[in-house]
Design a protein. Structure first.
Length: 641
């Protein structure tokens, strides 16, 4: 009872005088018996250090996070990718032969950058120091096994016996379990999937994750197994291993190019967070690209769904704010964030309203007050952790008075003042929407595979892809033809040799649109497709299927968005986003709030409000309206009665 009284008292003063009191943190209010009962919060080294961070730099950062950010719920400190790669000339993201591996083919920290790992200690000492600061330690890991271990044909550890894995008198090795045709699309010289149908493949994965637990790892960010690179078998087995551990490990998937809610439903119960976008960097285009995907996942009720030993959360990627490096560089932080303050507020507000995990990416050793105040804003953190019924709010108007329509994926201007929208998307083949393709003969030598359904716009015909004409083959191409017998190349036209490619050979960023793209034709699993009896086009690399979407949007209303959520004490959070390149007046009727907020007393209610960025206070019974700066946002806290 004391907690309820003090919380209500604090909220009264927080609403009218926000500097008066600090909202209680998650740990002060509740004991969390389950994994990720609220969206995880922490820091990741990638945006500021790329892969080159050292033990000294990491621990310096952890100490600052412990003192400055931990009081605000930031508890995970995560070493991102390639902590096992030697930092020497010639080493970069997709280089081969520079990794440090043990006798069992498992990555271990580079001892030059991580000196406490010497003597087979791995991350044990680093994790102990992180835990002594009251924080939790995380690492980034890749899919399966490394090409370096595959080439060395290392033996596999049997963790039950502490010796090489044997079965029926045979000692199994890396080349027995590695699947070279399932190499990571953006790091093809780095890692490949392992055959989880073999007990030896499962034994290798088990040895990896048991070692992470022995090191004291609390958080694993598993890359190149989701989205275009979906490997549901590996995700499922890793989840099974983690579920049985005495030492709890939070399970995160990354990246998430071409992810749909239907695909995510296959993994959400196996993990605790999963990326639903490509890499997010500090460009306005990247920020804007997150609005549609967040809408789709909230509509599909994926926010805070059941997860591994707790809940799971769609992840919008790290927050690239403050002092950063450049994407794909081989160096540490050297520049400030490219987003203006209004754009940073828009990003942070969307992440909070969508309840994305908040993983700060900037260099905390140079954490400026503006960035610090933004990522620790008490209203945003309260929304991120404890709000409910979070969704896009469509009942808003722009300065021209037109009603906003929010279903926009990509755009092409057509007659009539409408945007005609056409998109190829990748989805799980379990999705009934995938079964929409059929063969259309053109002549005796040429066929198309066409989408069967008429699309929504009167200006749009169903799209067709051309089956590639047979080519003479010899040598290596003949081997590939035999390997992918029964599969197809699909071309955008019958004139140019550009094939539909489901997993580009580079790491996508969120500003690059689409599940499918066209690139020069090769005999490659990424470009191989099979039309099954149900009318689904299945990709040989990812096992995902292609769908077609077409939508319309009013050209005058494309640049405004809004989100709404309910607070744990009955308050309503309403966010306006101005995606336009000019200042825009955005408005909403109080009566429309009742259409999405399940409260009968909103009809005819009087609402007191505070807008957190301007500090503006007011009261209204009808209309809430504010002029929002270019690329900016407004966030209202409303008390209605």
């Amino acid at each position: 009872m004391k907690i309820l009284l003090s919380s209500s008292f604090c909220f009264f003063f927080f609403f009218f005088t926000p500097s008066f009191c600090r909202l209680p943190s998650e740990t002060e209010l509740v004991t969390q018996p389950e994994h990720a009962s609220t969206p995880p919060r922490g820091w990741n080294s990638y945006d500021s250090f790329c892969w080159t961070i050292s033990e000294e730099e990491f621990l310096q950062s952890a100490e600052i996070i412990s003192s400055r950010l931990k009081p605000h719920g930031y508890e995970y400190v995560v070493v991102d990718y390639l902590w096992y790669r030697r930092k020497v000339e010639g080493a970069y993201t997709d280089s081969l032969g520079f990794d440090v591996i043990d006798e069992w083919g498992r990555p271990i920290p580079d001892p030059e950058r991580w000196p406490s790992s010497k003597g087979g200690k791995g991350f044990l000492e680093v994790a102990k120091k992180v835990h002594s600061m009251g924080l939790k330690f995380g690492i980034h890991v890749m899919r399966g096994i490394s090409l370096q271990a595959f080439n060395a044909n290392t033996p596999i550890l049997d963790t039950a016996k502490g010796s090489a894995y044997e079965d029926s008198g045979r000692q199994w090795r890396a080349k027995d379990i590695g699947l070279k045709e399932r190499a990571c699309a953006w790091m093809s010289h780095g890692f490949m999937s392992v055959n989880t149908k073999l007990e030896a493949g499962r034994a290798f994965l088990r040895s990896l994750y048991l070692q992470y637990a022995e090191w004291g790892v609390d958080f694993v960010k598993h890359d190149c197994v989701f989205g275009d690179d979906l490997d549901i078998d590996e995700i499922s087995f890793v989840s099974e291993v983690l579920r049985k551990l005495d030492h709890p490990i939070l399970y995160s998937l990354s990246p998430g190019t071409s992810v749909t809610p239907a695909m995510a439903k296959d993994v959400s119960e196996l993990v605790n967070m999963y990326r639903i976008t490509g890499d997010d960097w500090d460009t306005w285009r990247d920020v804007v690209s997150h609005f549609n995907v967040t809408r789709d996942f909230s509509t599909s009720k994926m926010i805070g769904a059941k997860g591994l030993l707790g809940r799971s959360w769609p992840d919008l990627d790290m927050l690239p704010l403050g002092w950063l490096t450049d994407p794909g560089s081989n160096e540490g932080p050297h520049r400030t964030c490219n987003l203006i303050l209004d754009e940073q507020r828009t990003q942070m507000t969307l992440w909070a309203m969508a309840k994305s995990p908040l993983m700060f990416g900037g260099d905390v050793r140079k954490l400026d007050e503006t960035t610090y105040n933004l990522i620790t804003n008490p209203t945003l953190l309260e929304i991120n952790s404890f709000s409910s019924n979070n969704m896009e709010f469509p009942y808003i108007t722009g300065i021209n008075g037109s009603r906003s329509k929010t279903k926009v994926l990509s755009q092409h201007l057509t007659e009539g003042g409408m945007f005609n929208i056409l998109a190829l998307d990748l989805t799980t083949c379990k999705d009934p929407k995938a079964n929409g393709w059929s063969i259309k003969p053109l002549d005796q030598d040429l066929e198309q595979i066409c989408w069967k359904e008429k699309l929504g716009s009167k200006f749009e015909e169903p799209p067709c892809l051309y089956k590639r004409k047979p080519l003479l083959a010899s040598g290596e191409e003949m081997i590939y033809r035999q390997q992918y017998q029964g599969t197809l190349h699909l071309l955008a036209s019958d004139e140019r040799e550009l094939c539909l490619d489901a997993s580009p050979r580079r790491r996508l960023t969120s500003k690059e649109f689409g599940g499918g793209s066209f690139s020069p034709c090769k005999w490659d699993a990424n470009q191989m497709w099979e039309l099954n009896a149900n009318g689904a086009l299945v990709n040989s690399y990812s096992g995902l299927c292609v769908t077609v979407n077409s939508l319309e949007a009013d050209v005058d209303s494309i640049g405004i968005r809004s989100w709404i959520a309910t607070g744990r004490r009955g308050e309503i959070y309403l966010a306006f986003f101005n995606l336009n390149p000019e200042k825009t007046m955005i408005s909403a009727n109080i009566a429309d709030l009742a259409k999405v907020v399940m409260r009968k007393n909103l009809n005819g209610a009087s609402c007191k409000y505070r807008e957190i960025w301007s500090g503006k206070y007011g009261a209204t019974k009808q209309l809430i309206s504010i002029a929002v700066e270019m690329h900016g946002s407004a966030l209202f806290v409303l008390l209605c009665e």
